[in-house]
Design a protein around this ligand. Sequence first.
Ligand code: DGL
Length: 261
Amino acid sequence: MVPSHYHDSVLKAEKVGLRAGVFDSGVGGLTVVKSLLEHRLFSEIIYFGDTARVPYGVKDKNTIIRYSLEALEFFKNFDVDIMIAACNSVSAYAIQELRQASTLQVSGVIEPGVLALKNKALSKDARILILGTRATIESKKYERLLKKEGFTHIESIAPSLFVPIVEEGLYEGSVLETTIEHYFKGVKEPDFIILGCTHFPLIAPAISRYFPHATLIHSGEAIVEYLEQSRQMTRRFDKTDLKLFASENPDSLKKTAARWL
Ligand code: DGL
């Protein structure tokens, strides 16, 4: 295990550039990339989507860890300064293993999501709804960290159908509305909703229409806040170069990036 001061000094060093490796199970992590691009925290982002083996959210812990360690090998070719697991399912199960297997700083999106919520919530009595894949929800990682922060009113749902709906590009309309109704019916309006899956920010407007008073926590915005606050990454680059890689059909990933980013 590399001591944390080593990671900090790597990131604080006056380097010409700062390169992030962003890893996701597929295309969804582009929602996190979008926030990183908007805030220009890095001079270069290397994105790797494991499109050949997506989805991770229905797989078990050991498989997710194995796939994540293989992705780490991919990033070793690029001299990245930090690896960001944009995928909540990876963040739920594999962060410890990734850190142990590497001298890189590795960040998931779950600690950042919890920090973002903590920064926004005025009361520990806030009602929180966590949305994530089955893997993320079953890991109970959000729940554990939120409870550690003193939050007690926590509900979790794994709305698995949201992922294929987003992949179909159905960001609005009756299929989405019916599915939202299916999962949210009977759920009391929360104060905060954690969008604990890379795909969910794309249907944030529809979720907000159902629960208009809830504040949404987005992994992309959360990781930016986390890097700024916990890693003192306040430097801004003029631009960020983005390089996209996929384990299958990289052209399709590039097309999605052109649409989403
Ligand atoms: N990227 C995944 C996540 O955020 C969603 C898609 C999948 O199941 O692989 O958990």
